[in-house]
Design a protein around this ligand. Structure first.
Ligand code: SF4
Length: 386
């Protein structure tokens, strides 16, 4: 896998310098004290507070979530508690941005640690997309001029900055998640001949391949190269234009790991997230979003053995509490940890909540007004595509 230098998103450029260090008084607390004080702050805030927790959050944090799920499910839960003044999002910043766009006017969205970003989302910068789109337009593949039909429909994974979602929404595209990526591609292909899929090439490739699109009908667009570094003839023939982004967690899974777990555990079922490389998806028995993985394992017969290719906190939770009568292993024996999800600590959660009790808001996520409309359009399309 070629390495890329993650670029700062517009969000990060604007907000990362506002990151406040956790006050010293929130360091070195015992787990029992944190638990008791978080519970007390939640009680004080009552229905004014809703806490959303992504599946990849650590146990000490997710146990306080009112709603848990993947990005898609959590985006739906934003509307579930309109009476809440504060939405504390235990996840990463692109999720909190989406929550701010989907939330009611009076609701304030808070990310417990502003440094909780996503390296994949950072791989698509707005200026790169602007430039790439212009190049596609100049090549007359983005619009089939005179035909009335779009040449390229942009589809962005929810793991992208609000500025990217707004760009895509304004150009007739949609946001997708790993739960509805196939439906989003069908939607896009009913509107155009090609899809520009960003930022995760693997989700795009794995999903399109499953839908019957051949690998030689896909090209990888390198945003650091002129015209994406793609041969123009191949670009004209391509149906999928895959942005050269990836998840640093899910690309650690490999075919030798699949082979090793099959040797060690005959009869094991290997299930992976679609952010893994194509070869790993081919070697696995099944593939799907985190919600899909949870459902597949928790509804499997007692005694089943699973090797899972996704973030290790979810895998451990499945093993310990969600699917206790099955054997659930990480495909990577060292476990694949999302270090940015891990930044949200119980200490940060406690600090945020106790400050809210005092009516002080820290780490608020506010998507600029000029991005809100088209981001909302793109997210509403995502929510309507099943
Ligand atoms: S697991 Fe990968 S895609 Fe998900 S938040 Fe972490 S870095 Fe981003």
């Amino acid at each position: 896998m070629a390495s890329m230098t993650p670029l700062l998103t517009e969000f990060e450029k604007e907000h990362i310098t506002e990151r406040q260090a956790l006050p010293d008084r929130y360091l070195g607390l015992s787990e029992d004290e944190m638990d008791a004080r978080i519970a007390e702050a939640r009680r004080s805030l009552g229905s004014r507070l809703v806490i959303l927790g992504h599946h990849y959050q650590r146990d000490e944090v997710i146990k306080f979530a009112d709603y848990t799920g993947d990005s898609f499910r959590l985006a739906r839960h934003v509307a579930a508690r309109p009476e809440a003044d504060y939405i504390v999002f235990c996840g990463v910043h692109f999720m909190a941005e989406s929550a701010d766009v989907l939330a009611a006017e009076h609701q304030r969205v808070i990310l417990p640690d502003l440094a909780a970003g996503c390296s994949m989302a950072d791989m698509a910068a707005p200026d790169q997309l602007d430039r790439g789109w212009d190049e596609l337009m100049e090549m007359e593949v983005a619009t089939r001029r005179g035909s009335g039909q779009a040449g390229v429909v942009p589809v962005t994974y929810i793991n992208s900055a609000a500025a990217i979602k707004a760009f895509v929404g304004e150009r007739g595209g949609t946001v997708c998640t790993s739960s509805n990526a196939a439906a989003a591609l069908r939607w896009a292909f009913s509107r155009g001949e090609k899809v520009l899929f960003l930022p995760d090439q693997h989700l795009g490739r794995n999903t399109a391949y499953r839908m019957g699109i051949a690998l030689d009908e896909m090209v990888v667009w390198d945003p650091d190269e002129i015209v994406g570094g793609v041969d123009p003839d191949r670009l004209v023939r391509a149906r999928m234009i895959l942005w050269k982004g990836y998840c640093s967690v899910h690309t650690r899974f490999s075919v030798p790991q699949v082979e090793a777990v099959r040797r060690q555990h005959p009869g094991v079922r290997v299930i992976v997230h679609p952010e893994v490389p194509w070869e790993v998806a081919q070697a696995a028995d099944d593939m799907g979003s985190t919600e899909y993985i949870v459902k597949a394992i928790t509804t499997s017969p007692a005694g089943s053995v699973w090797a899972v290719g996704t973030e290790v906190h979810l895998v451990n939770r499945l093993a310990r509490s969600l699917a206790p009568e099955r054997t659930v292993l990480s495909l990577d024996q060292f476990g694949c940890l999302c270090s940015t999800m891990f930044r949200v600590s119980p200490n940060h959660l406690l600090w945020i909540l106790e400050e809210l009790v005092e009516e002080r808001v820290h780490n608020e996520i506010v998507v600029p007004d000029h991005q809100k409309h088209w981001t909302r359009v793109a997210l509403d399309r995502m929510l309507s595509i099943q």
